[in-house]
Design a protein around this ligand. Structure first.
Ligand SMILES: Cc1cc2nc3c(=O)[nH]c(=O)nc-3n(C[C@H](O)[C@H](O)[C@H](O)COP(=O)(O)OP(=O)(O)OC[C@H]3O[C@@H](n4cnc5c(N)ncnc54)[C@H](O)[C@@H]3O)c2cc1C
Length: 449
């Protein structure tokens, strides 16, 4: 008899799990509490971290799972669960090929935080989730939009299904929790990450930690909560009109200065570390300062690098001189001019940067002087877009309890799980985690039941 699998959440992780389970012959039900699909996945910049892909080969980029593994462990300061890092590295290329096989297209590869080689593969996430949902349904999966999982059904220590928000009991051999993170749950954020009180809050409306709480009640362990961080680069617009991701001009050559007009951080660091440093500055605000040469590198296909789109919407300041730019954004003009002059002089003379900046981002690219007018300033702060920590799982995506023992019948994948990232974050490994772990969770849940 085929297994009954319930996937909780129709973001990337839940849909990947649903398709993989259905391809394995399981009977699948997908619950999504919101009327729409996609969760944080469709709000994201759509960058997936894969290594050894066709797009990298075309661009002449040498990359492989061993380099990816090293980047994940070094960026995560070896606080990652090595078994989950191993799963990610060993499964990622197969997952990429599987998605390509379903018709998913990736654009030009970019470098971003924590990557020793360019490895961020952009894709249209709306197409991604729609493709997976269509595929799941074509394999017979039932899709229940507007129906949330409310509680797990637990009998004799094993999970036997879920009770829905409407009070219905859905019995199942396996439940895959793929309900995303808790960036929209202020109480959980305050509990686990009080430092983020100054950060803005992003993520999808549905990211309220439901899966985490349901599994927690069933005895699940939780890991990596100290490493919740905000992402640098979002405009501190008090009306929240910004939405989305902000920009990371720092990775194309901008510097970051605080309200005193002075730099305060190595801008090539992962944007979560830059975010932490920014939140510690006066008002929790910084400015990304760049010139026309960086603007030339604007790329409309990658939201974090689409600087040009901001010239028309009031989010980006521009001026013919640094002094005028400084006055426009309210920082001391002499300080900003001196900061840029020192920065340029160090690059031109080959002197070490006082903050240790040696690259544009991660291990990629050489810093460039900021010299070609007009000049630009993007007010920036940090936003909690995703929570990175979560349930303890084993390499089969089975949820582990607080003593490290398997909770039978319960699987989890995507942002609801912890352990992969450790203390730092490699760009593209959240979308990557949702796809790679989601697919594996579906395969295992369907087979084990
Ligand atoms: C603006 C932004 C930019 C980002 N950019 C990137 C990027 O470029 N690269 C990257 O790797 N990561 C990025 N991230 C993070 C990444 O998007 C997420 O971590 C990832 O998409 C999570 O996928 P998921 O499937 O686990 O969760 P989600 O996509 O959030 O899906 C979870 C789904 O579960 C549903 N749900 C919740 N509770 C229940 C319940 N009780 N019952 C039923 N359904 C429920 C939610 O409504 C939602 O639809 C970004 C995030 C944001 C917000």
């Amino acid at each position: 008899m085929s297994a009954e699998v319930v996937a909780v959440g129709a973001g990337l992780a839940g849909l990947a799990a649903a398709v993989a389970a259905a391809e394995g012959g399981a009977r699948v039900t997908i619950l999504e509490k919101r009327p729409e699909i996609g969760g944080s996945t469709v709000l994201s910049a759509g960058l997936s971290a894969f290594a050894g892909t066709d797009e990298q080969a075309v661009a002449g980029i040498a990359d492989d799972p061993a380099t990816l593994r090293r980047d994940l462990l070094e960026t995560g300061r070896h606080r990652n669960d090595p078994a989950l890092v191993e799963v990610y590295c060993s499964d990622q290329l197969a997952t990429y090929r599987w998605l390509r096989g379903l018709g998913i297209v990736y654009g030009e590869v970019h470098a971003a935080s924590g990557q020793s080689v360019p490895r961020s593969h952009p894709t249209d996430t709306r197409v991604l989730v729609r493709t997976l949902l269509d595929r799941a349904r074509s394999l017979g999966a039932a899709f229940r939009p507007g129906t949330g999982a409310h509680r797990l059904i637990v009998e004799d220590g094993a999970v036997r299904g879920v009770r829905t928000t409407g009070g219905e009991e859905l019995r199942a051999d396996a439940v895959v929790l793929a309900s995303g993170g808790f960036s929209r749950n202020p109480e959980l954020l305050d509990r686990f990450a009080p430092r983020m009180g100054r950060a803005l809050r992003g993520g999808a409306e549905g990211s309220t930690g439901d899966g985490l709480l349901m599994a927690w009640k069933a005895g699940a362990g939780v890991i990596d909560t100290p490493y919740i961080k905000g992402t640098f680069g979002i405009h501190p617009d008090p009306d929240g009109a910004e939405g989305g991701t902000g920009i990371l001009a720092i990775y194309k050559g901008a510097i970051a200065v605080d309200r005193s007009g002075r730099r305060f951080v190595d801008e090539s660091l992962p944007y979560k570390e830059v975010g932490d440093a920014c939140l510690d500055r006066d008002g929790g605000i910084a400015f990304q300062i760049f010139d026309a040469a960086v603007m030339e590198r604007s790329d409309p296909s990658v939201p974090i690098y689409d600087f040009a789109a901001r010239t028309g919407n009031g989010l980006l300041h521009t001026a013919p001189t640094l002094a005028e730019l400084a006055r426009d954004i309210g920082v001391p003009a002499d300080a900003l001019e001196a900061t840029v002059a020192e920065y340029n002089a160090a690059i031109e003379s080959g002197r070490p940067d006082p903050f240790g900046r040696a690259t544009l981002s991660g291990g990629v690219g050489a810093p460039v002087p900021i010299a070609v007018p007009p000049f630009y300033a993007h007010p920036s702060t940090a936003v909690v877009l995703a929570t990175y920590c979560g349930l303890t799982i084993d390499p089969d995506m089975r949820v582990l309890d607080v003593f490290g023992e398997v909770i039978p019948g319960l699987y989890a994948a995507g942002e609801v799980v912890g352990g992969l990232h450790g203390a730092g974050y490699v760009t593209g490994t959240s979308i990557g985690k949702a796809a790679v772990f989601g697919r594996r969770a579906g395969l295992r849940a369907g087979a084990a039941a």
